[in-house]
Design a protein around this ligand. Structure first.
Ligand code: SAM
Length: 216
């Protein structure tokens, strides 16, 4: 067996997508309606959603916290991986996006498993009790990630899962002159998390790079 990883290409990703449970009607139409409403197309994709659902089921997650709702795509996907008495808290700073998501949750079949919080995650996360969540998913402003990390470590139960999106910095991880101002913040966060001994962490090369970390 070789220790060199197989070089993963676009073809491999297409292969993975073709073998992933396809988007259902609720999520496919949410994506379309969000686009039509001028909401940026920056939600996670179907393969990443499927992977995160597997992780939630593997840790038997009942309570999850999401930072960054956008149109509600990942919130619905995550809520579907929770048991009937489970709860996904999702936090969004933009009132128009929160309102858009609220309307989609209503017809998602999992509305009773989703609790929306409108406002800045920096103010909202401290209200969550220590050790109260099985999973925390970070997918908001990258400059806020170090602060969200501190809150996540506090909120997660032992062996709880931290997921953090965009480890590949919107495809600009190795760019010499990145166009996205958040690239630098994501690079800095990658270094912080890689060295954080409170968690066992690894970047999984799905989507734009997903940090998967277990609280020790
Ligand atoms: C990448 S999108 C989230 C995508 C969503 N998780 C999905 O995959 O469907 C990031 C969202 O975080 C929100 N956001 C940015 N800063 C925030 C903050 N300080 N607190 C809460 N939400 C924030 C943005 O308004 C945006 O809607």
């Amino acid at each position: 067996m070789s220790t060199e990883p197989t070089l993963v290409t676009r073809e491999h990703f297409r292969y993975i997508e073709a073998r992933t449970v396809p988007e259902d009607l609720v999520l496919a139409s949410l994506r379309e309606e969000a686009r039509a409403a001028g909401i940026p197309a920056i939600s996670i994709g179907p393969a990443q959603a499927a992977f995160m659902q597997i992780l939630l089921r593997a840790v038997r997650a009942r309570v999850a916290v999401e930072v960054g709702t956008l149109a509600g795509y990942s919130a619905i996907a995550l809520a579907r991986a929770l048991p009937e008495d489970g709860l996904l808290h999702t936090i969004e700073i933009d009132p128009a996006r929160a309102a858009f998501a609220r309307a989609r949750f209503a017809g998602s079949g999992v509305a009773d498993r989703i609790r929306q919080h409108e406002g800045d995650a920096r103010q909202i996360l401290p209200a969550f009790a220590a050790g109260s969540a099985d999973v925390v998913f970070l997918d908001a402003d990258k400059g806020g990630y170090p602060a969200y990390l501190e809150e996540a470590v506090r909120i997660l139960r032992p062996q709880g899962l931290l997921l953090a999106d965009n480890a590949f910095a919107f495809g600009e991880l190795f760019a010499e002159a990145p166009r996205d101002p958040e690239t630098q913040a994501m690079r800095a966060f990658n270094e912080i998390l890689a060295r954080d001994g409170r968690l066992a962490s690894i970047i999984v090369p799905l989507g734009d790079g997903l940090w998967v970390a277990v609280k020790r």
